[in-house]
Write a protein that binds this ligand. Sequence first.
Ligand SMILES: Nc1nc2c(c(=O)[nH]1)N[C@H]1C(S)=C(S)[C@@H](COP(=O)(O)O)O[C@H]1N2
Ligand SMILES: [Mo]
Length: 318
Amino acid sequence: FERHHAGIPAIDPEQHRLVIHGLVRQPLSFSYEDLLAYPQHSRVYFLECSGNSGANTGAVAGDSSAAALHGLVSGAQWSGVLLSTLLEEAGIVEGATWITATEADGASMGRSVPLNKALKDVFIGLYQNGEPIRPEQGYPMRLFVPGWEGNVSVKWLSQIKLTNAPANFKDETSRYTDFLADGKALQFTYPMGVKSVITSPSGQMALRRTGVHELTGLAWSGSGAISRVEVSADSGRTWADALIEGESQALALTRFRLPWLWEGAPAVLQSRATDSAGNVQPTRSAVLALYDAANRYHFNGIQSWDVSAQGVIKNVYA
Ligand SMILES: Nc1nc2c(c(=O)[nH]1)N[C@H]1C(S)=C(S)[C@@H](COP(=O)(O)O)O[C@H]1N2
Ligand SMILES: [Mo]
């Protein structure tokens, strides 16, 4: 998927610079060519917009597909230069506790990241699936912040400033904050919650015959690897463990499967993921109880697909 707030800028990689400044011993400026010469770090990660699945916070369950409801997420192999490598070269000055990242598109986007996360696994993304990242994904370079809400992975990255406080950019005050029922809002809610969705069969698909069908879907978490996915065909009364495909990797999309015998009766299909930190995907009503009705961000409630006796599948609140 792609998400941009002000279109896709055409950036000449020869002219573009990444400047690292602020609380560093030596401010540095890097061209695209400069960064290509550094050791490249590669990992498979998911990237999810915090608005993903937000439609299911609405009062009425829309008749939508899995892609329309939950498709603001991608999984890819990302490669680039670890920020820790560049910060080591710049020299972090005592007292620096945050980095703030800003960009070269017209969106006036900026995000703040605590320095401990920045030094842990954040990198300057240069390649996606082995090719230079597409203009839509931030060519020539983007910040990539594994497991955290997609908005923090600032595309068309041009500046990183080390500071002793978050900048409180508009994207962390008027937007990307989560409204609570008491009129306050949560700021800096970075990791994406544990989530799963059955992608087949799913909304707007149909079962054309009775018999055994494979239930399959994707699970992911911003707090670790997926350790378990359970599936229910009776609206959460009983659950069975799904098979997790391959070795589940931290902060990456994980495929699950389970055979299911459909004998033609109405059913409600659900999946519930658990991550390696012990977080269990909550029900829709449990998530809604945490926030104000207007909140659309960080919705990770269990998805329910209604299967009619005719085999027609629809999004439903169960
Ligand atoms: N400079 C810039 N960075 C940006 C954005 C943007 O509009 N401008 N959109 C953000 C949002 S809201 C998300 S969800 C991710 C989406 O990344 P993708 O387009 O590669 O999927 O990029 C983030 N980084
Ligand atoms: Mo987003």
